[in-house]
Design a protein around this ligand. Structure first.
Ligand SMILES: CC(C)(COP(=O)(O)OP(=O)(O)OC[C@H]1O[C@@H](n2cnc3c(N)ncnc32)[C@H](O)[C@@H]1OP(=O)(O)O)[C@@H](O)C(=O)NCCC(=O)NCCS
Length: 215
């Protein structure tokens, strides 16, 4: 029997990180843990004032700014936060990210966040990605309540959340978010486990690839 190389043996070992921050696969996307090198694909989004309008960071003025933003996300602490790069299965381009943060394991609660580069808006990609992440949160992390806080002026994000079943729970929370131009008011949206539609599974290697790439 041929002996296996050290690399083969390493590949056969379970990856401990995968168990706590696994890659998720949907028909058009691979959602894998984000890495520092993803700055190459994400910088255009981080530098775009329209994309960053409702984010906590001002638009990046340099690749170094974008790298600093990304550094916050690349070391997951799954009991607290984890971020997936949103990769097109066909082109391998990183188009955005989706994450959970402020996870409170003792309360079975967390908050989600998301960003997509503008060229990829209006294709249903973030709905597809969030659906997979919600499935992961409800099924694997045993979360009872998922939250998202948003400016009610962020029309695209509000429509996205409502499409997935989130309901607005609060009036305006004054000056809750600091953005480039000052402070923004936000509202809280929530999705409870028994409100989640539990759509057909989209995660796992069994998801059928889409023919049309990320169009
Ligand atoms: C929020 C954000 C991710 C939403 O992006 P989006 O493209 O509107 O959302 P999706 O990827 O889910 O696409 C849904 C849209 O694509 C359309 N669509 C087109 N093809 C589709 C397809 N094959 N499947 C599903 N929807 C499709 C839908 O009708 C929907 O349009 P609508 O909102 O006008 O009804 C994006 O605007 C963004 O990154 N904004 C900047 C960052 C930000 O503000 N993040 C939120 C902070 S709280």
């Amino acid at each position: 029997m041929p002996s296996r190389s050290a690399d083969d043996k390493a590949a056969a070992l379970p990856n401990p990180d995968a168990a706590i921050h696994p890659t998720l696969v949907t028909s058009r996307l691979v959602l894998r843990p984000i890495v520092a090198e993803d700055v190459n694909d994400l910088h255009d989004a981080f530098a775009d004032p329209e994309t960053m309008r409702f984010m906590d960071f001002p638009p990046a003025l340099s690749v170094a700014d974008s790298a600093r933003y990304l550094a916050i996300y690349v070391f997951p602490l799954p009991d607290w936060h984890a971020t997936w790069a949103l990769v097109c299965r066909q082109t391998r381009i990183v188009m955005g990210f989706v994450n959970y943060h402020h996870r409170e394991t003792w309360n079975h609660r967390l908050e989600v966040g998301f960003l997509l580069g503008r060229p990829y808006w209006k294709r249903g990609l973030m709905s597809e990605a969030l659906d997979a992440v919600l499935e992961y949160c409800f099924e694997r992390l045993e979360i009872e309540r998922v939250e998202v806080t948003m400016s009610p002026d962020n029309d695209n994000a509000v429509r996205l959340a409502e499409r997935l079943g989130f309901q607005r729970e609060s009036g305006l929370m004054s000056r809750r978010q600091r953005v480039a131009t000052g402070y923004r008011d936000q509202s809280m949206y929530s999705l409870l486990r028994d409100e989640w539609r539990g759509s057909a599974p989209t995660t796992g290697q069994t998801a059928a690839p889409s023919d049309d790439g990320c169009r």
